[in-house]
Design a protein around this ligand. Structure first.
Ligand SMILES: [Zn+2]
Length: 427
């Protein structure tokens, strides 16, 4: 791969207290940031590339992705168990399924996301795709693959994107099986969600026995894998943290005791505001949510936003996820989650950018590899014309995505117009 030196840009390096920096050059060699030097100090064998004064920032990280869906809203919810059965029916359908997943991962990269962490997918498609991308056979972001998740009878995504276990012993065996599919982490479905709630006022009911959570976490940790858990109620957060979960996905309104538990266990929060918008804020004629879904959606949204705010205030690490493939959560709109962090949690644009880059890299344990523009790291960078510190919508129009040193100029994704139109009301 060629050696090049990026020049004439405003650097936003992704670190917590980033300040725009000018007059620097970034030397890229073998896909990595070799050095960051004053513009005048570029050695001769690096080919200069003038960025015309544009903004240069780290590639985004999305810690909560499901690759098996577009996010295009439907009038009627499809049955996920049937849908997955269809995709996994035979060799041909599996190939089509893999092609679909590959296409969605590519959308993530083309929209500026250079790392995704998948948390519930079809069979081992995510790990297979990760290996194909790493080997250069496919175009896509770095993938931390969760493959299939672990759920319980009647639990979230049970039998579709998650295995079903009924005892701690089964949970251990299941975690081993998932590890054998070359997963990078284990995902547990600790509580229910908005779509599968059966009672008004009770979304996110605790469904997984604490003994099962503990067994799964112990086994995962023994294998060197972190555990992410879908949790949407305070009782679920408590059970997850007490029994060894590393990241709470989504979250719920915390009390001081829960915040203390987060700290004591060294756990982190992965915020996902994106999926809550359509259920709780859209007119029901548009979201097609039932009264119960709207009511419960609001509880979940307030819980997720409240949890993020409280964790940020308490110094608990918060990372960014979008829960793609939920209605109105596409594979190319990760940048919107930053605008929601600003709008609903009151963070600054710089803080949102930090949460979406280095903070998320730290939570995933890949901060030595990516997450900021620093010498020695993978060359994962974005170029945009406008300043994201002034307006986060600058991330919508990228002039270039750089992943592992490879440049994709003027990247374009095919958007779903109906989704864009609705979501633009919440910029
Ligand atoms: Zn999810």
């Amino acid at each position: 791969m060629e050696k090049y030196a990026l020049t004439n840009f405003v650097l936003l390096d992704g670190t917590e207290h980033m300040q725009p920096q000018k007059g620097l050059a970034i030397l890229v060699e073998n896909g990595r940031i070799n050095a960051i030097v004053p513009e005048g100090a570029i050695s001769g064998d690096f080919k200069k590339q003038d960025l015309d004064g544009q903004y240069l920032l780290p590639g985004l990280i999305n810690l909560h992705v499901h690759l098996a869906g577009s996010g295009k809203p439907r009038k009627k919810q499809t049955d996920p168990v049937k849908a997955v059965k269809l995709v996994t029916a035979n060799g041909l359908t599996r190939r089509l399924g893999k092609a679909m997943v590959t296409g969605y991962a590519k959308q993530q990269l083309l929209s500026g996301v250079t790392t995704i962490r998948t948390v519930g997918g079809i069979l081992d498609f995510d790990a297979q795709l990760r290996d194909a991308i790493d080997a250069g056979r496919q175009t896509g972001p770095r993938i931390l693959a969760g493959n299939m998740a672990v759920s319980v009878p009647g639990g979230h995504m049970a039998g579709s994107l998650a295995h079903i276990v009924t005892t701690p012993q089964e949970a251990k065996a299941c975690v081993k099986t998932i590890a054998e599919t070359k997963a990078d982490l284990i995902k547990l479905m600790v509580t229910g969600g908005v779509l599968d709630a059966v009672k008004k006022g009770e979304p996110g009911v605790l469904k997984m026995d604490p003994a099962i959570i503990r067994a799964a976490c112990d086994q995962a940790h023994a294998l060197g894998l972190k555990v992410a858990a879908h949790v949407e109620s305070p009782e679920g957060v408590r059970a997850a943290l007490e029994n060894g979960v590393d990241t709470i996905e989504h979250g719920a309104m915390p009390d001081p005791e829960i915040l203390e538990l987060f700290k004591e266990r060294g756990a982190s929060l992965v915020t996902t505001i994106s999926p809550t918008l359509s259920f709780s804020l859209f007119d029901q004629s548009i979201s097609h949510a039932t009264d119960m879904q709207k009511y419960n959606g609001r509880i979940v949204m307030d819980g997720i936003v409240g949890c993020a705010k409280a964790c940020l205030e308490a110094g608990i690490p918060v990372g960014l996820g979008t829960d793609t493939a939920c209605p109105y959560v596409t594979q190319y709109d990760t940048w919107r989650e930053l605008t929601y962090l600003r709008r609903f949690c009151g963070v600054s644009n710089a803080q949102a950018l930090y949460i979406a880059t280095l903070a998320s890299a730290k939570i995933a344990g890949i901060e030595k590899e990516t997450g900021s523009i620093e010498a020695g790291k993978s060359a994962d960078m974005l170029v945009c014309r406008e300043n994201p510190l002034t307006n986060l919508s600058a991330l919508r129009e990228l002039s270039m995505v750089i992943f592992r040193g490879k440049q994709i100029k003027a990247p374009k994704v095919k958007v779903i117009p109906q989704v864009e139109q609705e979501l633009d009301n919440y910029l």
